[in-house]
Design a protein around this ligand. Structure first.
Ligand SMILES: Cc1cc2nc3c(=O)[nH]c(=O)nc-3n(C[C@H](O)[C@H](O)[C@H](O)COP(=O)(O)OP(=O)(O)OC[C@H]3O[C@@H](n4cnc5c(N)ncnc54)[C@H](O)[C@@H]3O)c2cc1C
Length: 397
């Protein structure tokens, strides 16, 4: 399969029967993840550690760069392959939020818009998994309205100065740098179009505060403060005011990976629920014999499979550079989030009191699943997109 291209589009192929290559890759990722099971996950949970060993084990075999062009050390297999990796990692009960951000968002953007020097400096390491980039667009006052970003880039001689604040930024503690979206300031003092810049996590003037959250996986969320952080020109992707195109090229991979992770979580929840419903006997028969319990699980399974199909369609369209990839990625993100929430909720219900006992591992899944309705793009903003772009309804905001 050719790596995605920004311009030309190929025939989009939706393989309903996984190829041998895909099957082998999924088996291999599952095999690696099986070495990082409940004990490993509990250790990260209890000690607040980053998932470095799992990340390195997957990176060593090239699985964290499967979407990145071969020329830069990746697998050249597109988003279909990275989504398969993300889904299997999530189905194993592990969480690697940076897989959404580093290879999917930053990797896709750099592959299309980075200079050769930037690709050598950043993309090669992202493909190898040895360099990790977080991604920062959300701001406290702008929220969903990314037209209102206030973090600014001011020119000062041959340098640029970054000032402002970001919020809810994932995995900064486990990253080398952050890909920051900030509008450039025009000579008249107004803020222009977004610019994309890469900021080292230890750059002078860059500080962060952790945002306390329920357990969402081993990655933390941060508020970032840029207090006159100086940047060289070479840190800009797409040049000053040139960030819009690159950002859009990172959004579909982001939504696809959000969908893949939701699918993995849904699969895991249903596996746990079915196993428990077959085992647990209270009225002389396994609880799964009662349709009151079996039907909601069956409905959740159908919804998950439908949503997964939309995710596969989004991957196929994106990898072919075909029209409709944006619509399908948004729909996949919406549908997989709703399906995953339903699967996890029903799995908790199936377990009765054990659904909230830490030992059964479902409460640890709840907030991660619930998050998929909010981030990386909220359910409402997807509905806005579909209403406007798919149905031709007036823009509502
Ligand atoms: C755990 C976590 C991790 C995250 N990681 C990152 C990250 O790594 N990088 C990053 O940049 N961001 C990240 N985010 C931010 C995330 O993308 C935003 O939280 C999300 O997009 C919603 O923005 P907001 O929180 O500002 O909500 P707001 O914009 O304040 O919206 C609040 C509610 O109003 C709804 N709403 C707003 N406008 C409209 C409208 N026009 N029509 C209908 N409904 C509307 C929203 O859908 C939402 O339900 C993360 C968030 C969380 C919680």
């Amino acid at each position: 399969m050719q790596p995605p291209t920004a311009t030309g589009s190929q025939d989009a192929v939706l393989n309903l029967i996984p190829s041998d290559e895909e099957r082998q890759m999924r088996d291999a990722v599952r095999g690696i993840c099986s070495g990082f099971g409940p004990e490993y996950q509990a250790r990260l949970y209890e000690q607040g550690e980053s998932p470095a060993e799992l990340w390195d084990a997957l990176a060593e075999k090239g699985y964290l760069g499967v979407n990145i062009p071969e020329q830069w050390g990746g697998g050249g297999l597109g988003m279909s392959a990275l989504a398969a990796v993300g889904e299997e990692v999530s189905a194993s009960g592990n969480s690697l939020l940076l897989i959404v951000v580093s290879p999917a968002i930053a990797g896709s953007i750099l592959a299309r818009h980075g200079s050769d020097e930037q690709k050598e400096r950043w993309l090669r390491g992202i493909a190898a998994g040895t360099t990790r980039l977080a991604f920062a667009i959300t701001e406290p006052d702008a929220g969903t309205n990314s037209h209102n970003l206030q973090t600014s880039l001011d020119r000062k001689g041959d340098k640029l100065v970054l000032r402002g604040q970001k919020t809810f930024i994932s995995g900064v503690e486990f990253s080398d740098a952050v890909l920051v979206v900030a509008p450039s300031r025009s000579p008249d003092g107004s803020l222009g179009l977004p610019t994309l810049c890469i900021v080292d996590v230890d750059a002078p003037g860059f500080t962060r505060d952790r945002i306390p959250m329920p357990y969402l996986g081993p990655d933390y969320q941060w508020q970032l403060f840029f207090d006159d952080v100086e940047l060289e020109e070479e840190r800009l992707i797409g040049g000053e005011n040139g960030g819009l195109g690159p950002i859009f090229d990172g959004l579909n991979p982001e939504r696809i990976m959000g969908a893949a992770i939701a699918c993995g979580a849904g699969r895991r929840a249903l596996e746990k629920a079915a196993a428990y419903a077959n085992e647990r006997v209270v009225w002389g028969v396994p609880i799964g014999s009662h349709q009151g319990l079996a039907h909601p699980l069956a409905e959740a399974k159908i919804e998950l499979e439908l949503a997964r199909l939309m995710m596969q369609k989004a991957c196929a369209l994106y990898d072919a550079g075909a029209p409709g990839a944006g619509e399908a990625s948004n729909m996949a993100k919406y549908a997989t989030a709703e399906a995953a929430i339903r699967c996890v909720d029903q799995a908790i219900q199936t377990h009765g009191g054990n659904g909230v006992a830490l030992e059964y591992g479902l409460t640890q899944m709840w907030w991660g699943a619930r998050l998929t309705r909010i981030a990386p793009v909220s359910r409402e903003m997807i509905l806005n997109y579909v209403a406007e772009h798919s149905l031709g309804l007036p823009k509502s905001y």
